[in-house]
Write a protein that binds this ligand. Structure first.
Ligand SMILES: [Cu+2]
Length: 291
């Protein structure tokens, strides 16, 4: 038996216990099933459109990757604290360790790889989420101090390179009732492109349950596309501090059947709300946008 064999055996049993705890944790983590629908949403609302699932999965995957790195780092810290602490019998300074090139290269390369993986998946999903692909409906969302207006099927598309009339015919607008949040109506299961414009300052358009938001900038037209999947009324708000009544810049998002959506547009036209309200942008020719 070695001179310090007496303090080695409790260490050995502690090491064994730690190893079995780690194995048990790993088995539990893998055996409980890792389908994205089973994973906790970690603070994210339940997505109510197709695109929201991409955002949610990116969020969950980032958490899993971060926790895996965290577990490795915490494990190494615990390992050092438990098994490489100063011995009671030995008081001398342990061997010092420095200028180890392979180790320092590892410290640099591993974080670079981790950041590159995060960057790749974020860029891939962002490209996917901001892509516009032949939407069925076009809605011009107009932000102004301090509310929202919605130009449904606006008659002139305001893409930088397009000045075509909307093939779906005359538009309709909704500015809501003064003192109440306006309601954005959307058809379930059909793709909708939002063209975001501002009449004054920068606002932020955030239909919360679609897990997507985008800035609404004067003189600029921003776009994104959603396909609502769940019927119901959801929340929306401005996410850019835009003045004293910013907190009141709320709206509702009402997802209805396509027939109800068309009926609502017909109602608006019947009330004299055909056409569009000023969007803050006028189109004066292809590629030429003016305030
Ligand atoms: Cu605002």
């Amino acid at each position: 038996m070695s001179p310090n064999g007496s303090d080695r055996s409790p260490r050995r049993s502690m090491r064994r216990k730690l190893l079995s705890a780690l194995t048990l944790g790993l088995v539990l983590a893998t055996a409980t099933g890792c389908q994205s629908s089973n994973l906790p949403r970690l603070g994210m609302p339940e997505p109510r459109d197709q695109q929201g699932h991409t955002v949610l999965f990116l969020w969950q995957s980032s958490w899993i990757a971060a926790l895996a790195v965290g577990a490795l780092v915490w494990g190494l810290i615990l390992w050092s604290v438990m098994f490489h602490r100063r011995s009671r019998s030995k008081v001398e300074v342990p061997p010092q360790f420095r200028y180890n090139m392979p180790l320092e290269a590892l410290f640099t390369v591993v974080p670079l790889i981790m950041v590159s993986v995060f960057f790749y998946y974020t860029a891939r999903d962002e490209t996917d989420l901001t892509r516009i692909s032949s939407p069925t409906h076009h809605i011009n969302v107009v932000g102004f101090q301090w509310s929202w207006a919605f130009n449904y099927e606006h008659s002139v598309q305001i893409h930088d390179d397009q000045t075509l009339a909307d093939p779906r015919g005359p538009g309709a607008y909704d500015v809501g009732t003064p003192g109440e949040p306006p309601t954005l109506w959307l058809p379930q299961g059909e793709s909708v492109e939002f063209d975001l414009t501002s009449r004054d300052v920068i606002h932020g358009f955030w239909p919360v349950d679609f897990l997507m938001k985008m800035d609404v900038i004067p003189g600029v037209v921003n776009h994104f596309q959603v396909t609502p999947t769940v019927l119901g009324t959801f929340r929306g708000k401005c996410t850019e501090l835009c003045g004293v009544n910013h907190s009141q810049m709320l709206f509702n998002v009402k997802v209805v059947t396509p027939a109800e959506y068309e009926a609502h547009l017909a109602d608006l036209r019947a009330k004299g709300q055909g056409g569009n309200v000023p969007s803050g942008i006028t189109t004066t020719g292809a590629g030429n946008l003016q305030k």
